[in-house]
Design a protein around this ligand. Structure first.
Ligand code: ATP
Ligand code: MG
Length: 438
């Protein structure tokens, strides 16, 4: 038996005491039935937003979603979204309904939802309402559109990406007619706002089953990221590789930890390879310069999709440096740590290992050993609080001014040179020794 947390059950009771109907809906019902703890709860109700505001008049209300019929109520610190039953109108732009039509019927509201597993409701005493066999699909691990798939994807093309997202997050397979409609409708995504596409793509990439879904739907992925088109089926023709560029990419994405920066970096790290390919005298391909080419394309992708600046900057740096092959020496590791900082250093280590793991297994063990050594050295240097940045250098700008170095560029260059000496182990990080080197 599934049960709602007390604050959700109480909210339902308060709405019903005022004479309306209320149920838990969507992702929380799906997750509870799958034995998972929902990350949030949504309530759907026959009451209008005004009526909900009246029911919860003593509580803190957030009315930002009002034009969609959503009132957020803060109950014992927890935000709870309460949305009036809706019956979506036509979508003449494939983007949003022309008007939001409220309804007093739960069945209208469940019918407008995207997938059968997302179209169930739960009530503390009446139990599950499941008009589209969502429970059977959930049990079978199948993602199926509610109603006629083509119609549903043409109403809102974002649902194509939501399909990939739910398949990757929950390990669902996609019912054949639903999958066929997703493929057929992939080119209608362009009017959808970049922010919505980026959010769904990021959640998709961070799903546990992303590799399988990337490999099953390359044409949909390339509709969103055309920069990947020429990687599909592109042979690497090199003894270090056993996969085409796209298949390699799909595997690397699944191999890196599930953070947006790493997953986007993995998706785009080799997108410039086909453009950089050259064949040597022995007939083997090489891809010199591909990290820079990939970073340039990635910049275009992430700007177009309006990625947040932090994720974008991190992903671009990871892509540009992904093929560094840092040797496991103190000097090289210190230089890298000093250049990119602690967080990015370990992300680069993760990306490098994920990358090798998706290449020819015959070469994996030695490169893995080298990367582990680099990672361990990094940890050791950080725990020793080695001097890795100008802030930790034993001399400051003021010290150099006192020693007669003029302010400005020369001073900055001198500090940087002294840091390099310390990083390379050629000078001890003490004021006395450093001043001798000026
Ligand atoms: P998660 O647990 O990842 O948040 P979710 O199922 O709650 O998954 P949301 O994006 O939060 O997904 O949407 C909540 C619910 O609203 C969905 O379960 C679905 O019923 C409905 N929904 C959301 N977006 C759409 C859409 N574009 N078209 C149709 N129904 C949608
Ligand atoms: Mg949700």
């Amino acid at each position: 038996m599934i049960a709602l947390p007390p604050f959700v059950a109480d909210a339902i009771k308060r709405i019903e005491t005022a004479g309306f109907e209320a149920v838990a809906v969507g992702g929380c019902v799906r997750d509870m039935l799958a034995g998972k703890t929902p990350h949030d709860y949504d309530i759907a109700t026959s009451a209008t937003p005004d009526e909900i505001c009246a029911v919860f008049s003593g509580e803190r209300l957030i009315e930002t979603g009002l034009q969609h019929g959503t009132v957020t109520v803060l109950l014992s610190g927890e935000p709870l979204e309460i949305t009036t039953y809706r019956q979506d109108g036509a979508y003449s732009d494939g983007r949003h309904p022309d008007e939001v039509v409220f309804s007093r019927n739960l069945s209208d509201d469940l019918s407008r939802r995207d997938f059968t597993v997302n179209a169930m409701a739960f009530h503390p005493t009446r139990g599950v309402t499941d008009l589209f066999s969502g429970q059977a699909d959930l049990k079978a691990g199948v993602l199926r559109a509610v109603g006629e798939p083509r119609v549903r994807f043409s109403e809102d093309a974002l649902r194509v990406l939501r399909g990939l997202r739910f398949a990757a997050q929950h390990g669902f397979s996609i019912e054949p007619q639903t999958a066929a409609a997703m493929r057929a409708m992939r080119d209608t995504l362009s009017p959808v706002s970049a922010e919505r596409i980026y959010a769904e793509m990021t959640a998709f990439l961070c799903g546990k089953d992303v590799t399988r879904v990337l490999l099953t739907f390359p044409e949909i992925v390339c509709a969103v990221v055309p920069e990947l088109k020429d990687t599909v089926g592109f042979s690497q023709n090199n003894r270090h590789h056993i996969h085409t560029v796209y298949t390699h990419i799909a595997r690397v994405v699944g191999n890196v930890p599930a953070t947006p920066a790493l997953r986007w970096a993995a998706l785009l790290h080799d997108c410039g390879k086909p453009a950089c390919a050259t064949v040597d005298a022995a007939g083997e391909s090489h891809f010199t310069g591909h990290p820079q080419e990939s970073a340039q394309r990635a910049e275009a992708v992430l700007s177009r999709l309006r990625a947040d600046n932090r994720t974008k900057a991190a992903a671009l740096e990871l892509i540009e440096l992904h093929d560094l092959r840092t040797p496991p020496t103190e000097k090289a590791v210190k230089r890298l740590l000093s250049k990119v900082g602690e967080t990015r250093f370990f992300e680069l280590c993760d990306l490098a290992t994920a990358d090798r793991k998706a290449q020819n297994p015959a070469f994996f063990a030695p490169s893995k050993a080298r990367e582990d050594a680099v990672r361990d050295l990094g940890k050791k240097l950080l725990s020793e609080q080695s001097c890795l940045s100008l802030a930790e250098l034993a001399v400051s700008g003021d010290d150099l001014l006192s020693a007669g170095i003029p302010a400005g560029k020369e001073l900055g260059d001198t500090l940087r040179r002294l840091l390099d000496l310390v990083l390379d182990g050629e000078c001890e990080n003490t004021k006395e020794e450093l001043l001798k080197h000026i």
